[in-house]
Design a binder for this molecule. Structure first.
Ligand SMILES: [Zn+2]
Ligand SMILES: [Zn+2]
Length: 260
């Protein structure tokens, strides 16, 4: 039994820690529209912050939610203002760069998606119910078979690749989702290696908690449209991995190739 791992890379290097990456408990892969039976990532084993009201009195306020002792070398996170011991929060951020109390993400989260390719193409000949005035965006992914690395559940064993297509409406919000998926793909977050929820087959490239519509119709039960809240949901799933519109820059402007 080996641990799989994801690398959580700090972008903003808030604490000037040395090694930015570390391992993480393996996460069970999931398929298109199944919701996870457990969170896609687990918090540190000792983060009972939710049972500890932070502002009740000074005594509580001086305790570190990670080690439950008095805070030493107090370090305040810049966005959410929660405070911890410097050593405690440095350890936490090697594991995952987010606040263990409120979940605010700091820096880039890097996944363990294997080598593959992504191609995004618009196609005005097709339409999605609910977005009838727009064409579609086809997001194609391709992964060859390969050998699992140290960041995967069974290092040294082979995994089987896959080809997948996700569909988005070619509306302004759909274009934003497509660009964010590209950011997530480049951070190795869209797929992982593990057991497929739909086939039960282990050691394959499988979805990693960012849901895709693999059909333009058939409804949610067939991983398709119409599904009026899908775009908002996938934006939330991307944000949970630290991918938001703040990450969009000119480099993703022209990644949606027009078809013929
Ligand atoms: Zn502490
Ligand atoms: Zn916080």
């Amino acid at each position: 039994m080996s641990m799989s791992s994801n690398n959580w890379t700090q972008q903003s290097n808030i604490f000037n820690t040395g090694n930015p990456s570390s391992t993480q408990q393996g996460e069970e892969p999931m398929e298109t529209e199944d919701y996870p039976s457990h969170p896609s990532f687990v918090m540190g084993p000792s983060t009972p912050a939710e049972i500890k009201p932070p502002d009740q009195d000074n005594k509580v306020d001086d305790d570190c939610a990670i080690c439950l002792s008095d805070i030493t070398n107090k370090t305040e996170l810049p966005r959410c203002s929660h405070s911890f011991c410097r050593d405690c929060i440095e350890q936490q951020f090697k594991y995952k760069p987010s606040c263990p109390i409120c979940g605010t993400v700091y820096g880039k989260i890097q996944g363990n998606q294997p080598a593959g390719s992504m191609y995004i193409q618009s196609d005005s000949r097709y339409h999605i119910k609910g977005y009838d005035q727009y064409g579609i965006i086809r997001v194609s992914y391709s992964f060859y078979d390969g050998i699992q690395g140290p960041e995967h559940p069974h290092p040294g064993q082979s995994y089987s690749g896959t080809n997948r297509i996700g569909y988005l409406p070619d509306c302004p919000q759909g274009r934003i989702v497509a660009r964010l998926l590209k950011v997530a793909f480049d951070r190795r977050l869209v797929f992982t290696v593990g057991r497929s929820r739909t086939t039960g087959i282990d050691n394959c490239v499988t979805w990693n908690d960012i849901h895709h519509k693999t059909s333009i119709d058939g409804g949610p039960e067939n991983f398709g449209y119409p599904d009026p809240t899908y775009l908002n949901r996938v934006l939330e799933e991307l944000a949970a991995k630290g991918v938001t519109e703040a990450d969009l820059d000119d480099t993703t402007l022209n990644i949606i190739h027009p078809s013929r």
